[in-house]
Design a protein around this ligand. Sequence first.
Ligand code: AP5
Length: 213
Amino acid sequence: MRLVLLSPPGGGKGTQAKRLMKRYSVVQISTGDILRQEVQEGTEIGRQAASLMEKGELVGDSVIIEIIRRRLEKEDTKNGFILDGFPRTIAQAGSLKKMLEEMNLPLNGVISLEVSDETIIRRLGGRRICRDCGLEYHLEFKPPKSSGRCDKCGGDLYLRDDDREGVISRRLKVYREETALLVDYYQREGLLYRMDGEGEIDKVFEEIINKLG
Ligand code: AP5
């Protein structure tokens, strides 16, 4: 199975990608996770990306396309992959198409998760992540037992820099201006599945599985 997950920030790409990965025994490729790792390791890419990510801006196409090219060449993608957060621009989508044609690995589909701005602000504003083990919480939907502490390892819970109020609105604007164009692009390619992303996590997952067959 080779899929692209498309949604506004906080639309549920990462959440559904992890479930789909298990269901189809394929790898999840999240450009956001790859970039955060580069930032944490203080690499050249990480240094360039950090200030853009903090402000909710997109990292340059050439950097991202190169990251994906290298990732898709790895052996573990042969069974399939879930692209989470890539492509995000028409230029990225065009490069992906070319790459996959060269590798003879066509996409099975593109899932577009549709979620209102109100839901996004609620989801992202309440998200907290453990600094030590990476486990995710939500102040409203999945609160930790003890405030600010991870249930599993006791680590500190933090708010992602780009989950701050002003940055969320910038991310939404960037999504509308750049990434939303991909909905029409993939519709024309005959690959698009539009999904309501507002329901409960398990329900959204079931609907995706039903669509994909
Ligand atoms: P990235 O990490 O990809 O951020 P994003 O797209 O904004 O996505 P998020 O991870 O915030 O949300 P998500 O859609 O995965 O939702 P999730 O499942 O986590 O990118 C970060 C930055 O990196 C970008 O801003 C950009 O700077 C850069 N970047 C990355 N890729 C790039 C690219 N291709 N080109 C250029 N720059 C790039 O869910 C969010 C929350 O909601 C969680 O708490 C979750 O538990 C909850 N939730 C999910 N689904 C539900 C549900 N159905 N009901 C209730 N709660 C739910």
